[in-house]
Design a protein around this ligand. Structure first.
Ligand code: ATP
Length: 458
């Protein structure tokens, strides 16, 4: 379990510019969050890194950016119009509303994925689960609540103009399957990835940015020959896990949880979640990897009347490819990274520091240039001007050097560079490492390469 309470970590993220309350000056909007001056950069770095590792440097994959609003028929085909509903129960006493599965899982040790509404009702009764708000056990039966946000296109608000904010990005990939085949030189196996906003009218959002109604997903749909799917499922499961491990996330707080047969969606042959031991729960899903068989392409073929099939150029065989989907939410990944990076260290009597041990590849600021005295600012600024061409840097000349180190530790800056009076003589600066706090004298000429080498994702 985490050494630090969730409240402590959230308070740090709010006070140091990672996350702001959404619409704060109007009293906020429940469960909406804005990413601040540090958080926006961290979020962008996470997305850029995913794009680099999953799209640019992976030999199989290409990327697209599809529209949020889609023809509503796409949501009929995907099953979302009928089936994208959570089981919701209301407390008859205090009128609070809960997701039945989460209510059960939070109060018992049961996993209830795949259970029918009747089965959920029975479990709530059998375990005498009480309302977390008022403590009474007087529930409505579980019923469906569609999670898709509805809106209208054009000026008429009628059923003909109804559109939905996408609840996942992957349907925009499936409907472009033929376009990607036509405009790329890809052959099976290959994947199409994208990063974009998704919206779900969650019944019980919460735990800060863990479950929100507006979030970003990074999804890959990887198409392969039927029969090869389980091999590729393992490949992507490992690929995603390695990505998280390389970010430096603690092994003892990470696990891969394969879904039991009865938990699987009816079209899925295998599904695993990469889970993290968040401070507010035992294990929380961060990344889902699913073998979705040929379900999505077949459904879109059926509903659109357009064949989404593959013609093997060598064997001339025609088939509907199977699809492996690794899907992760940017906010969940962000939260896991921050929970894992947060640390408070005692440095001496009455002196402590909060430090974010972020992987330098995703740190918002890579180096902070600190002249020891304002008299040295002009020369130190020249170093800043050079380094900032290569990576994001800060220039900080205010406060004691110790305070400047603390400010940078708190936002995860891996290097602080001090320009002192000696620097004018020996053309060297002191580089202080965030994690070890070790200080090294480095030649100014070698500084750029020294830092570049250490902020790589390897
Ligand atoms: P959950 O069971 O937590 O509702 P899910 O199984 O419905 O999640 P998927 O549909 O598989 O989630 O979505 C893929 C990923 O998108 C999740 O692993 C998670 O990282 C992210 N995600 C899903 N819903 C939300 C949300 N409401 N807020 C933030 N991230 C989300």
């Amino acid at each position: 379990m985490s050494k630090y309470s969730f409240d402590e970590i959230v308070s740090h993220l709010k006070s140091s510019g990672f996350v702001y309350q959404g619409s704060e000056i109007y009293g906020g909007l429940s469960n909406s969050w804005d990413f601040g001056i540090i958080g926006a950069a961290l979020k962008k770095n996470i997305k850029d890194l995913w794009w680099k590792v999953f799209i640019e440097t992976n030999p199989y994959n290409v990327g697209i950016d599809s529209a949020i609003l889609m023809n509503p028929k796409a949501w009929e085909a995907s099953g979302h119009l009928k089936g994208f509903a959570d089981a919701m129960v209301d407390c008859k006493e205090c009128k609070s509303r809960f997701r039945a599965d989460k209510l059960i899982e939070d109060t018992t040790s049961l996993t209830v994925e795949g259970k029918s509404f009747e089965e959920l009702d029975a479990i709530i009764k059998e375990h005498n689960i009480v309302c977390p708000e008022c403590g009474k056990a007087n529930w409505t039966n579980a019923r469906a609540f569609n999670l898709m946000f509805k809106t209208f296109i054009g000026t008429l608000e009628d059923s003909k103009s109804t559109v939905y904010l996408r609840p996942e990005t992957c349907q925009g990939i499936f409907v472009n399957f033929n376009n990607v085949l036509r405009t790329s030189r890809k052959k099976i196996p290959f994947g199409i990835g994208q990063i974009g906003k998704s919206f779900r009218n969650e019944i019980t959002p919460g735990n800060f940015i863990f479950r929100v109604r507006e979030f970003e997903q990074m999804e890959l749909e990887f198409f392969c020959e039927p029969g090869e799917d389980l091999k590729w499922f393992e490949y992507w499961e490992k690929y995603c896990y390695d990505f998280v491990k390389k970010l430096g996330i603690s092994s003892d707080k990470l696990r891969i949880r394969p879904h039991a047969k009865e938990e699987l969606a009816f079209y899925s042959k295998a599904t695993s979640d990469i889970e993290y031991a968040f401070p507010f729960t035992d294990w929380g899903e961060v990344w889902g990897i699913a073998d979705r068989t040929d379900y999505d392409l077949s459904q879109h073929s059926k509903y659109s009347g357009k064949d989404l099939i593959y013609l093997d150029p060598e064997t001339h065989e025609k088939y509907t490819p199977y699809c492996i989907e690794p899907s992760v939410g940017v906010e969940r990944l962000f939260l896991m990274i921050c929970c894992d990076a947060y640390d408070k260290e005692q440095l001496g009597e009455g002196d402590e520091r909060i430090v974010m041990h972020l992987h330098p590849a995703i740190s918002p600021i890579k180096a902070c240039i600190c002249p020891l005295s304002k008299k040295l600012s002009e020369n130190a600024a020249k170093i800043f001007d050079e380094l900032v061409k290569e990576f994001p840097c800060e220039f900080d000349e205010t406060g004691s050097i110790g305070k400047r180190y603390r400010r940078n530790d708190a936002i995860g800056t891996p290097f602080c560079i001090t320009y002192d009076f000696e620097s004018q003589e020996d053309n060297c600066v002191t580089v202080r490492d965030r994690d070890s706090m070790e200080q090294k004298r480095i030649k100014i000429d070698e500084l750029k390469d020294y830092i570049k080498e250490r902020i790589e994702f390897k």
